[in-house]
Design a protein around this ligand. Structure first.
Ligand SMILES: *[C@@H]1O[C@H](CO)[C@@H](O)[C@H](O)[C@H]1NC(C)=O
Ligand SMILES: *[C@@H]1O[C@H](CO)[C@@H](O)[C@H](O)[C@H]1NC(C)=O
Ligand SMILES: *[C@@H]1O[C@H](CO)[C@@H](O)[C@H](O)[C@H]1NC(C)=O
Ligand SMILES: *[C@@H]1O[C@H](CO)[C@@H](O)[C@H](O)[C@H]1NC(C)=O
Ligand SMILES: *[C@@H]1O[C@H](CO)[C@@H](O)[C@H](O)[C@H]1NC(C)=O
Length: 421
């Protein structure tokens, strides 16, 4: 019996299921393969069955979920705008959509001033001159430590738009954003086109991402960015009812398209660099002398993060200030929970980085778990196993997580088994 379990556990180890660690230990790993090796994290594994399947469009909100009553309460007042597709997949209606843009549909017109009364305008620029609203979509990337270390070395905070499914798969990486004092916003559960969901699904894409971030960081975000910028007044209404400010952008680095073989015509790293350079020269030539800019950039992969690092000093020279979006708007309370704050714009540019967490030292050091989120147990460090981590992305990672969740007991037994081995 015992040796059977040991064998099973050993097999899992060889497949790359690494031992538990904490945010602080995870943050010290710099080998991307080790960083992206799946691990078991009981606070997530214990409740994963009450979340939707990872990386799949949210199908519905069960009547037993606390979100359901919240959804029903708002459903009858959601603007009566037809979904522009099914299940998060666009229908192509954009080709026949009215030029008068009745829905303030960003995908069609880049509209950021809602037509429906009572909706707040989106954020797409920065109020202060020569200020860059700095942020990254599609995190947490499992192998983001080198990038987050770089930001910390520059005492630079940013707005991180996290995908709910990725937060569930890489909870320690998500905790790092909170520990480092970045501003965390919602980037939906499955990264589909939001206007192509029905009301309940759109609600669920936001709701479950908020719950995922709350689960792993203890914090409930108050901002979101629609994947692909795909938002209209129906979706804005749902987000606003959930307490989320909509953040878009006006410039796109197109880093997310680079090196992707299915993109036609291809976007090359040189094209992306040109987009960064154009923003930098626009700043130099006075384009942002009355209001600052937001550019779309990503933490999707090594290339996008490296490109952000390669351009940081140039951006810092071209712009007077680089701040998280919320900081530029004096949003000193970025979360529902009031124990975590961030500096006002004036305080940030005067050098303050604290206020980002109750116990922050100001240096953003990753060596301590400033988020105060409960650790996950054995803390046995960065054992990477010997398995391939190449599957740790997208749906593959979902499978990997379910594997590690299902093997909770075996993982717990591993300590004993290791003694035998
Ligand atoms: C929510 O509203 C939509 C549009 O009016 C309707 O089709 C749907 O059935 C409603 N959902 C629930 C759960 O009542
Ligand atoms: C803030 O409060 C939340 C909820 O009470 C808690 O989970 C979190 O750890 C706290 N964070 C800090 C940095 O104190
Ligand atoms: C993170 O980045 C690595 C390195 O580029 C990439 O292989 C991986 O697919 C990304 N994973 C996630 C979850 O974003
Ligand atoms: C990119 O990958 C290389 C090699 O694996 C690694 O040394 C480097 O730190 C990574 N860069 C980032 C920004 O993650
Ligand atoms: C932020 O606060 C400063 C100082 O009070 C003020 O000048 C500025 O207008 C505020 N910015 C916004 C967007 O409210």
């Amino acid at each position: 019996m015992r040796s059977a379990i040991s064998l099973a556990a050993l097999t899992l180890l060889l497949r790359g299921v690494r031992a538990d660690s904490t945010e602080a230990t995870e943050a010290t790993i710099l080998d991307p393969t080790a960083e992206c090796t799946p691990y078991n994290y009981p606070p997530v594994a214990n409740v994963i069955s009450s979340f939707p399947p990872l990386w799949e469009p949210v199908a519905s909100v069960p009547t037993t979920d606390p979100g359901y009553a919240k959804f029903l309460a708002m459903n009858s007042s959601i603007p009566n705008i037809a979904p522009k597709g099914t299940n998060g997949a666009p229908s192509g209606v954009i080709d026949t959509y009215s030029a008068s843009d009745p829905d303030c549909w960003w995908s069609s017109s880049q509209c950021v001033t809602p037509k429906v009364a009572g909706l707040n305008p989106d954020i797409a620029t920065m109020p202060e001159p020569l200020t860059l609203g700095y942020g990254f979509d599609d995190g947490p990337n499992c192998s983001h430590n080198a990038f987050y270390d770089y930001l910390t070395s520059k005492q630079q905070k940013a707005t991180m738009y996290y995908i709910g499914s990725s937060v569930m798969i890489w909870p320690l990486q998500a905790q790092r954003a909170a520990a480092d004092g970045h501003e965390i916003c919602v980037h939906t559960w499955s990264h589909r086109s939001m206007t192509a969901f029905n009301n309940e699904q759109a609600f669920g894409e936001l709701w479950y991402t908020m719950q995922a971030i709350k689960l792993v960081t203890g914090l409930t975000p108050t901002c979101w960015r629609p994947p692909l910028g795909d938002v209209d007044d129906r979706i804005r209404y749902i987000a606003q009812q959930l307490g989320l400010t909509t953040i878009l952008w006006k410039y796109d680095s197109f880093d997310w398209k680079a090196n992707d073989p299915v993109v036609v015509p291809p976007v090359t790293p040189a094209d992306v660099q040109k987009n960064y350079d154009n923003l930098i020269s626009a700043a130099a030539s006075g384009t942002f002398n009355t209001a600052g800019a937001i550019m779309l950039t990503h933490e999707i992969n090594n290339y996008t993060m490296q490109t952000a690092m390669d351009n940081y000093e140039k951006l810092a020279a071209a712009f007077k200030y680089i701040v998280p979006v919320g900081v530029g708007y004096n949003k000193t309370q970025p979360y529902v929970e009031t124990n975590v704050t961030q500096p006002s714009f004036q305080a940030y540019i005067a050098g303050s980085r604290t206020g980002a967490s109750a116990s922050a030292s100001g240096s953003g050091s990753a060596a301590t778990n400033k988020a105060g989120v409960a650790g996950s147990g054995s803390g046995s460090g960065s054992a990477s196993g010997s398995g391939s981590a190449a599957q740790a992305t997208g749906k593959g990672a979902g499978v990997a997580l379910r594997l590690s969740g299902a093997t909770l007991v075996l993982a717990a037994l591993l300590g004993g088994a290791a003694l035998v081995l």
